[in-house]
Design a protein around this ligand. Sequence first.
Ligand SMILES: *Cc1c(COP(=O)(O)O)cnc(C)c1O
Length: 388
Amino acid sequence: MTLFAEAAALDAADPLAAKRAEFDLDPAVAYFDGNSLGAPPRHVAGRVATVVREQWGGRLIRSWTDAWWDAPERVGERIAPLVGAAPGQVVVADSTSVDLFKVLVAAVRANAARSEILLDAATFPTDGYLTDQVARLTGHAVRRVPVAELPAACGEQTAVVLANHVDYVTGRLHDMSAVTRAAHSAGAAVVWDLCHSVGAIEVRLDEHDVDYAVGCTYKFLNGGPGSPAFVYVARRHQEWFDQPLAGWAGHADPFAMEAGYRAGAGISRARAGTPDVLSLLALDAALDVWADVDLALLRTKGLALGDFFLRCLDELLPGADVPTPRDHARSHQISVRVPDARRIMAALHDRGVLGDFRPPDVLRFGLAPLYTSYAEVLRAATTLAALT
Ligand SMILES: *Cc1c(COP(=O)(O)O)cnc(C)c1O
């Protein structure tokens, strides 16, 4: 079978094909950046317009009590099943960067006698910058360790371990269970950054006994540019969750306007200030597409898209330098190292293949199982082969 026939057969047999129709995709473009900015489900624009017209315009200030004030917790509960969290542990607020700061400080405060924070050596930069700042504030040392070596590195001085569930450059999926268990047996807490796994693979925070997690909603969850992030705090830590951005929205009784801070009950204390309602409700609408998605099927398709991408590369671009694991220890992303990667990605964009470039030499192709087709994967590989 030719690759072309194979792509057609795989698309015809795709059990998630109907989901693709829920997205407004430009047929002239093959989109491979859903791991950076997810595509909008078709109904989102109308829902946001309704919020503006009816809630903001019609109900005005009354919408805070009607629909808005509790939306961070309500939308958090919609994300919870996607990360394997029982109710009451996820809230949507602020950005991943801001949430990382809150969670790291709270986690360090809860383990104050220890002196170091272990950090994923290949972390997305913002996590590293913030960890360094937290360490400056709290007097901790930061030790950068490759994720595979984190379990052995945890020791009696480790207060917190912060790792990315998926490496944002290579797409490698890390072992949440092994790192979490090792951290716990050393008496440390663990913070997982789920930006590249939520909405791509099934995450099981409760099952792995994870302490804290944060994640983006504008990547595989398609919440829209700058949609607010989510925070997970395991129920057992909530009573002690002492986060530094203690704004009025996390207060036990925000509208009592008390002079002193009293932390709110449960996960609500992870909130800081007024929620960004329009972004939050765009996310709320975007989450509708997940209602009937079987996450095991999503995973199977994402891996199959990646396998097909790799087979296309083997045939069309033999010897390509692919840092993404060929086995299935990966999320839904294929990376290719090429000389002059920035120029190659610009040329791919000119030809309607939208991936992205990460310095110094990596082309990233995100595969969003809800809407990426096998025909698009073949188009990406064919276009890339013609350019290199
Ligand atoms: C995208 C991403 C972020 C982004 O953080 P923001 O505060 O939303 O800019 C953080 N961490 C990881 C691992 C990411 O992939």
